[in-house]
Design a protein around this ligand. Sequence first.
Ligand code: P70
Length: 439
Amino acid sequence: MHMKNIRHSWAEPYKIKMVELLTMTTAAQRKKALVAAGYNTFLLKSEQVYIDLLTDSGTSAMSDRQWAGMMLGDEAYAGSRNFYHLEEVVQQTYGYKYLVPTHQGRGAENILSKVLIKKGDIIPGNMYFTTTRLHQELAGGKFEDVIIDEAHNPESEFPFKGNIDLDKLDRLVKKYGAKRIPYVSMATSVNMAGGQPISMANLKALRAYTKRHGIKVIHDMTRVAENAYFIKEREKGYKDKSIRQIVKEICSYTDGATMSAKKDALVNIGGFLAVNDWDVFEEARNLVVVYEGLHTYGGLAGRDMEAMAIGIGESVDDDHIRARVGQVIYLGQKMIEYDIPIVRPIGGHGIFVDAKKFLPHIPQEQYPAQTLAAEIYLDSGVRTMERGVVSAGRKADGSNYYPKLELVRFTIPRRVYTQAHMDVIAESTARAHLTKHSP
Ligand code: P70
């Protein structure tokens, strides 16, 4: 036996105390369920699903400490002690000065957009996200994509495909003038690009550029810890820094943030808006009362804020994030071994399979990504999300939009599934390739 190259595996920094039993279905039951759902995995009932990879949002397993924190909920209408705990954790972990809790990420996006955007403003960003862009548009702004070109190419191995192209940004500033650009909408771990990170060097350059032009940087920090992990792994000078340090440095180059705590921060519901500018905070605090709730609870119960405060602390732990992203990479590598074409490099929150390439005999008009998602569910009860023609929606005349990318997203909930589940997912996906589809 060769003892030289024994690998150092990552493993979960926790053990399992309680389990949720799953329904095991037969192929006949799955077929019936799929037909009833119109072959749309979104319309399946959760009970009919074995391994649910629809999203990593709100699907995390909370720790024993988070559950214990739920019992410490102070359900006062105003000034709950859980709010002050959360405020302290946000200030210490991310460095932002002022906190406004919201029921989830889009609640924060709504308020922030209303405070900062005027009619006719331009909002440059590193790729759109559906809810973020919609709130920018509802507030009267127009989103402009300034992500680097590599982000649009699923085969590019560029390590920081979330980077902002400063030349593209500069062209917008020259065209519209800095006065019409209230802020750059910068996301860490760019979701629609496949969970791709932005580099610290790019962020520093962005900060320097925006400072010169008096433009703010607003951070969609939904998956900031996962981005920090890639900086630690891939960027020079960060190997010996902790995730906590890297996260705080990222935030230091920005003026404020919106957060969906349902992802990185390991809670089933919750979010917030955090800013450094007192005037922006004051306006946001006035608006949150209208849309979410008083500024010391923002639509959340005291217990939700406590679970979030504890979850934020756990999310920036080095061992946690190594195991979290390690599991996603494990699944991605299995897929690569089976010759399944996936978006490269492997991102932080899931695997994106290129359905056009995987099922080349199915033309885009016949929904290759939707077909693949249905096929995988039929085979094993694994639920994935279509990110192609169907998600892109239809034009006013009822005809389809045909997006360049036709993907199936396998989003991995945090601390929920095991390595054996990952094996089942990869095997089931590989088998879908073998099914013959009649044209
Ligand atoms: C997902 C979820 C939510 C999200 C996000 C980023 C980068 C903000 C939000 C909003 C849920 C989702 C939402 C719309 C369409 C599909 C899926 N992403 N920024 O599964 O936060 O959901 O808390 O309001 O990823 O990717 P919230």
